[in-house]
Structures are given as structure tokens and as C-alpha cells.
Design a protein around this ligand. Structure first.
Ligand code: MN3
Length: 217
């Protein structure tokens, strides 16, 4: 008998306290150990009860044709998997943007600061719960896109356009409320300090620039 994919919560690539003072330990514990874990257990329940087969990327790409439960929880699992990886306590990695990605950002936005400004403005403007993404568009330039709930730019027909994401920011209140309460702009400003630009550069070079999604399982 064939079985359905079982999804697992991976450990964070750093300690829960590692991103302080920008993101506090308690938020990281709840966000990873409770919120992300719940998306995974609900996803496992949904794929087995609905008898839906496929990898996480299969579910993400076809999310529009699947149940709300699978769409939301597959998105929740994928989005958080990327989010943990694009942050780091390591200062060398934080400053590790490749010259190629820097050039690509300049080409698409005019400058790195302008990309940051657009991303920040988009993040402040997300109404309710959602995410903001930096990724490669179909025309090969980089784009910035926001999404609602756990939607993801890899989901066909769900966001304004399709994009291969390399960087994302979680704008659900659970991502920042303990430390920042209603001050979302302060959370966004802080978050820029912990971005793992070495990893984002790697995701761009190895996957998104070739129009491949960064794989998570
Ligand atoms: Mn979250």
C-alpha cells in the first residue's frame, strides 16, 4: 500500500536565543516549537485523511487546487522552513552577500538601499497576517511581493505573479508580538540585522536564478 509523505520539524540551525536582541528567545521557542510544529502536524493529518500524495513542493505548487487545510499548512511549513534559514547569529554570514547577488539587486532596484526601502514599505503595508518576499520573477529580474496568510509565491495562481523566493519575512503577530507588541516597523528594522545574506546569495545562485524553488521537505 502506498503511503503519504510525513513531514517533520527540523531543528533550528541555531539556538533559540541566538538572534537576541533582535528576536527574543521566547518568541523563537513558541514560533518554531509551537506555531511551525502545528502547521506540520495539521499538514500530516490533512494529507493522510484526504489521501493526497506528493512532496512539499508538489503541494505548494498545486496548492490552489488542493483543500484550504493543505494549502494553508503546506504554506505554513514551507514558509517557516525558509524563514529560519535566512536568519543567522553569525556576523560573517550576515555580511556575506555575494557580489553577483548585489549586482542583481542593483540591476533590479537601482541599489541595495532601494530594495530594502521597497521591501520595508511592503512589509509595513501588509494588512493582517502575511509575508513579504524577495525572489526571481519569470522575466529574470528580482521582485518584491506580499502574500496573505500562509500563501507563497510558488503557488500557481495565488499571488499577484509567480516568483522563486530567496528571502521572506513573517509578518504574523506571533512573529513579533511578545517583544514589539504593535510596533511592526521596529520589528522589521530589527530583522534586517539578522538576515543571512550568505544563505540568501546561495539560494539565489543555486536555485532561484535557475528558476528552481529552494527545496524543503
Ligand atoms: Mn510564523
Amino acid at each position: 500500500m502506498s503511503t503519504f509523505t510525513t513531514f517533520f520539524l527540523k531543528d533550528l540551525p541555531y539556538e533559540h536565543s541566538a538572534l537576541t536582541p533582535y528576536i527574543d528567545e521566547e518568541t523563537m521557542k513558541l514560533h518554531h516549537g509551537k506555531h511551525h510544529a502545528t502547521y506540520i502536524s495539521k499538514l500530516n493529518t490533512a494529507v493522510s485523511s484526504e489521501k493526497v500524495k506528493g512532496s512539499l513542493l508538489d503541494l505548494i505548487e498545486n496548492a490552489k487546487n488542493l483543500s484550504k487545510s493543505i494549502k494553508n499548512n503546506a504554506g505554513g511549513h514551507y514558509n517557516h522552513s525558509l524563514f529560519w534559514e535566512i536568519m543567522t547569529p553569525n556576523k560573517v554570514k550576515r555580511n556575506g552577500i555575494s557580489s553577483e547577488l548585489k549586482e542583481k539587486i542593483n540591476e533590479s532596484f537601482g541599489s541595495f538601499d532601494e530594495m530594502k526601502r521597497v521591501f520595508t514599505t511592503e512589509s509595513i503595508g501588509v494588512f493582517g497576517s502575511g509575508w513579504v518576499w524577495l525572489g526571481v520573477k519569470e522575466d529574470d529580474t528580482l521582485g518584491i511581493l506580499s502574500s496573505s496568510n500562509q500563501d507563497n509565491p510558488l503557488m500557481k495562481g495565488v499571488c499577484n505573479y509567480k516568483m522563486f523566493p530567496i528571502l521572506c519575512l513573517d509578518l504574523w503577530e506571533h512573529a513579533y508580538y511578545l517583544n514589539y507588541q504593535n510596533k511592526r516597523p521596529d520589528y522589521i528594522d530589527s530583522w534586517w540585522n539578522v538576515v543571512n545574506w550568505e544563505q540568501v546569495s546561495y539560494y539565489w545562485k543555486e536555485y532561484a536564478s535557475k528558476k528552481n524553488p529552494v527545496p524543503f521537505e
